[in-house]
Design a protein around this ligand. Structure first.
Ligand code: NAP
Length: 260
């Protein structure tokens, strides 16, 4: 068995995680994303490491598209053992130059996208009393971060939903894992024109994620430096928080690059 579904598998963390899981012997890995060409490339890599890939074009903002993809996986391979809600986008959404379209795109991809995957895989997981659901959130979800307000909100929403659901699912045989990475060197952060503290290599990040998945950890959080910084920021009083993070509002980002 050991059937895996990963959304956002065409680049960055999703791509590297698919390859890492293939190296670790996960047998069948469905690769979801919008870019068919990129998915084919990842499929070849997965196959080279001895696993069976299934690249499927799918948009996580569309619940039916995710349902159709999971139905195809279940029909060809059987039930999904591990589902990873990884697809995500992020760019600045300043309140003083607000774009509702941008805000909706981020929430629909990151938060709704995760719910759409749960909606698709949970009936069989619940029926079998077995399964593992993983959400790639972010340390950015631990406080409202100027320069990334809607992104932080989407990740906070993912964390809250995962946490509550994990407890609700106690005794139902389903593991729920929240992953909170700091900065990881993927195409998503190439737009950033500011220094990213404790920036990690994608390969190192996915090793930590795969280790945590194999332990069925409730929370996987890294790197330690960023995790401690964000956890400390949760404790500082509001006036001090505002003073400390105000400069982040002016972080430079290549917006054209960010939206694509
Ligand atoms: N890199 C970091 O520093 C960092 C830190 C914390 C958390 N994260 C989270 O890690 C996850 C992966 O990000 P990444 O850094 O690997 O970025 P990335 O390289 O830009 O990858 C994002 C992936 O999401 C997919 N995606 C975007 N919109 C989609 C949609 N509507 N439907 C289906 N797939 C969609 C993209 O595939 P297509 O374009 O082919 O659809 C792509 O495969 C995200 O949730 C991100 O928030 C990243």
């Amino acid at each position: 068995m050991r059937n895996v579904v990963i959304t956002g598998a065409s680049s960055g963390i999703g791509e590297a995680l698919a390859i890492e899981l293939a190296k670790r012997g996960w047998e069948r890995i469905a690769l979801l994303g919008r870019r068919a060409g990129a998915l084919e490339g990842v499929a070849k890599e997965v196959m080279a490491h001895g696993s069976k890939p299934m690249p499927i074009e799918s948009d996580v903002r569309d619940a039916q598209s995710v349902r159709d993809a999971v139905t195809r996986v279940e029909a060809e391979w059987g039930p999904v053992d591990l589902a990873v809600a990884n697809a995500g986008i992020g760019f600045p959404t300043p309140a003083h130059r607000f774009s509702l379209d941008d805000a909706r795109a981020i929430m629909q991809t990151n938060f709704d996208g995760m719910l759409h995957l749960w909606d698709a895989v949970s009936p069989k997981m619940l029926a079998r009393y077995e399964g593992h659901f993983v959400a790639i959130a972010s340390l950015a979800g631990l406080r409202g971060l100027p320069g990334g307000s809607v992104y932080a909100a989407s990740k906070a929403a993912m964390q809250a939903w995962m946490e509550a659901s994990r407890v609700e699912l106690t005794g139902k045989g389903i593991a729920m894992t929240i992953v909170n990475p700091g900065f990881v060197a993927t195409p998503m952060v190439e737009k950033n024109r500011f220094r990213m503290p404790f920036l990690m290599k994608t390969r190192d990040a996915v090793r930590k994620i795969a280790d945590g998945i194999e332990r069925r950890a409730r929370v996987i959080e890294f790197p330690l430096g960023t995790s401690m910084l964000m956890r400390a920021l949760r404790l500082v009083p509001v006036p001090l928080f505002d003073r400390l993070v105000r400069p982040w509002s002016r972080r430079r980002v290549d917006l054209e690059r960010a939206r694509h």
